[in-house]
Write a protein that binds this ligand. Structure first.
Ligand SMILES: Cc1ncc(COP(=O)(O)O)c(C=O)c1O
Length: 379
């Protein structure tokens, strides 16, 4: 099946009890057993739930993986991956990832004896310098949040394989429509399904997709033991969102291209970061591994001050000032004071995340209306 068909049909069977075409929300905490251990595949809803089961299968199919695992949030999915490790293990991670992931690595897991190296992953060769016998995991996001940097998944996967190190790719920004990291050799794909997969800003959700059975078993053990599982209502919403991912993404890409080009010719705008520009560093890699460039971008002002950014942020009417991304409605954010406030200023400036940097999640409204909104806000 092609992706558009998989997005609509994978994992979903008519309900065996009623024939309902949509997977029901199995709002139950437990399942009655005929006799001890004799049941229909479901015992207790932390361990398994039919609505979640359908979503897990659908997510696996659209990422070209064998197994999907759902979590209460993208962060809970991240937490499960790091719990594969032991004290003394080392992780090599990209230095411009989502601020909450950086916070979890440094503030939660470092104290359990896991060591993190944050490096520039735009050049895959940099990675080899940090590999030693304790390195167990490489963590990357591509495109990155919010600088839109691109990592060459295939090149990193090759290095990871050579050294028997797991590679986890956070695919939240691209979504399964634009990029499938397992095809390029990654071991684990992670999504904050809160974003493009859900697509309607109405639930918080995370997932992992893998091919290896042993790795799946380890992650299922963590999922069940630690219990950060989503409720069936959220699974239903994400399953529904998934069905229109392809049509939404096509519009996100078209609107993204128009807006990135418009921003670039605005006299008050300094830099525009969007991986569809031919002169974007690593555009060639984006072209190789992505099917389009999406609706995420960031830009800076020539007046690089928090005050100038605040003026824009307070003036947009259609672009709502809010955390999150990937929904049908356009959002604007200020990473320095919002999503990335947990990264020390010196560290974020070093990575290009300057005071006036604003991030856009371009929605699927009419592009001309969105441009008019930015025009009146930026001037
Ligand atoms: C790239 C990326 N990964 C992970 C997360 C965490 O996901 P959640 O907010 O669903 O916990 C986010 C949240 O913004 C994100 O942008």
């Amino acid at each position: 099946m092609k992706l558009a068909t998989k997005l609509i049909h994978a994992g979903a069977e008519p309900d065996p009890a009623t024939g309902a075409i949509m997977t029901p929300i199995y709002q139950t905490s437990t399942f009655v057993q005929e006799s001890p251990g004799v049941h229909k595949g479901y015992e207790y809803a932390r361990t398994q739930n039919p609505t979640r089961h359908a979503l897990q299968n659908a997510l696996a199919a659209v990422e070209n993986g064998k197994y999907g695992l759902c979590f209460a949030s993208g962060s809970a999915a991240t937490d499960a991956v790091i719990k594969l490790l032991n004290p003394g293990d080392e992780v090599i991670a990209a230095n411009d990832m989502y601020g909450g992931t950086y916070r979890m690595f440094t503030k939660i897991f470092e104290k359990y004896g896991i060591k993190f190296h944050f490096i520039n992953m735009q050049d895959a060769n940099e990675i080899s310098k940090y590999i030693n016998k304790n390195t167990k995991l490489i963590w990357t996001e591509t495109p990155t949040n919010p600088m839109m940097n691109i990592t060459d998944i295939e090149a990193v996967a090759k290095i990871a394989k050579q050294h028997n190190i797991l590679l986890c790719v956070d695919n939240t920004f691209a979504s399964p429509y634009l990029q499938n990291p397992l095809n390029a050799g990654a071991d684990i794909v992670l999504h904050s399904a809160t974003k493009y997969i859900g697509g309607h800003s109405d639930s918080v959700h995370g997932c992992l997709i893998v091919n290896d059975e042993k790795l799946k078993d380890q992650l299922v053990f963590i999922q069940n033991s630690c219990g950060a599982v989503p409720g069936p209502q959220d699974c239903f919403l994400i399953l529904r969102g998934l069905k229109t991912l392809h049509v939404r993404m096509e519009r996100h890409c078209a609107n993204g291209e128009k807006i990135a080009n418009w921003l670039r010719q605005n006299s008050k705008v300094d830099k525009v970061f969007w991986c569809g520009f031919e002169d974007h560093p690593n555009h060639d890699i984006a072209k190789k591994q992505m099917r389009g460039y999406g609706g995420m971008m960031s830009f800076t002002l020539k007046d690089d001050s928090i005050e100038a950014a605040n003026k824009v942020l307070a003036s947009t009417q259609l672009f709502a000032l809010a955390e999150s991304l990937g929904g049908v409605e356009s959002l604007i954010g200020h990473p320095a004071s919002m999503t990335h406030a947990s990264i020390p200023r010196k560290e974020r400036i070093k990575n290009g995340l300057v005071d006036s940097l604003m991030r856009l999640s371009v929605g699927i409204e009419d592009a001309d209306d969105l441009i008019a909104d930015l025009k009146q806000a930026i001037g």
